[in-house]
Design a binder for this molecule. Structure first.
Ligand code: R5P
Length: 296
């Protein structure tokens, strides 16, 4: 088994190869002057099981195309099986036609990965697990809850776990089960599909004097979290913590969230994180997943 990382791996291949005691495969990568991607395998990969790590952010399309080049080339060169680890699977939120005529982007992305010959797809906390039906092969969606708990344990006291929308309900339930003395509450969020603006239905929660943890899969503009955080602070929450899987923090997201009264933000290191966000390392989760596959 060989392990390699492309430009969006966030360096995860290094820790993973050490943890599973397998060789790191160097790949030559560059951009042509006009911006086109170039990759070259500089070692023989014939007959090998190859793990390729590539997160799809930032520059989703560029990262995706680089991944296609790598998978297709690995297959051409005679790799036995190609396992892609895509910690952040971009386009997963566009999983249906919200407005007539829209692309179902995650379907296109997963169909392409199937077509190109990916044998096994591993991702973390995909926006909706059912989207993996569009991938025609084996797949695994890793649950990060125990990693969240390892960070939050001992930090939060008597917490209320908050799902900022229905989509985060399962996450809140799981997190609350693993955190001692906690309860959970779910908000309803409404998004204007044309302007993108959001609003929440008010829920009368008693958070007075308690710590609150807002949990979500993705933080993009920060609007969802900031909206809920300022409401919970008004209701008397002692501290508001935020934990997410994929911290994209577009534009002014981070300052928007801190201005809303949040004390700390935690995110998995599925993508590069800005200063001000505490990173939760996903290497243990990836290691467990790879070892479970019994690759040669
Ligand atoms: C959407 O349903 C996701 O689960 C997140 O709640 C959303 O992507 C967060 O976006 P933003 O940070 O822009 O509010």
């Amino acid at each position: 088994m060989l392990i390699t990382g492309l430009s969006g791996s966030n360096g995860l291949e290094v820790g993973l190869s050490r943890a599973v005691n397998k060789e790191l495969l160097p790949i030559e990568m560059k951009l042509f002057p006009d911006g086109e991607s170039y990759i070259r395998f500089v070692k023989d990969v014939r007959g090998e099981d190859l793990i390729i790590i590539q997160s799809l952010y930032p520059n989703q399309d560029k990262k995706f195309f680089e991944l296609l080049l790598a998978v297709d080339t690995a297959k051409d060169l005679g790799c036995r099986r190609v396992i892609t680890i895509i910690p952040y699977l971009a386009y997963a939120r566009q999983d249906r036609r919200f407005l007539d005529g829209e692309a179902i982007s995650i379907k296109t992305l997963l169909k392409t990965l199937s077509f190109i010959g990916v044998d096994y797809l591993i991702t973390i906390d995909i926006h909706k697990e059912e989207s993996l039906k569009f991938f025609n092969g084996n797949s695994m969606n890793l649950d990060p809850t125990k990693l969240y708990v390892s960070k939050l344990y001992g930090v939060v006291r008597n917490p209320v776990v908050v799902a900022p929308d229905q989509g985060a309900l399962d996450k809140a339930v799981k997190l609350s089960k693993l955190l001692l003395n906690s309860t959970y509450v779910v908000f309803r969020k409404f998004r204007d599909r044309v302007t993108g603006s959001i609003r929440h239905e008010v829920v009368d929660v008693d958070v007075s004097g308690r710590d609150v943890i807002i949990v979500d899969d993705i933080i993009s503009t920060g609007g969802t979290v900031a909206n809920i955080a300022s409401y919970l602070r008004e209701k008397g929450a002692s501290n508001v913590y935020v934990v997410c899987s994929h911290g994209l923090f577009v534009g002014e997201a981070l300052s928007k969230i801190y201005s809303s009264g949040v004390s700390r933000i935690y995110s998995l290191n599925t993508v590069p994180l800005p200063v001000g966000v505490e990173s939760i390392d996903i290497t243990p989760l990836l290691t467990e997943a790879i070892l479970s596959l019994n690759l040669t």
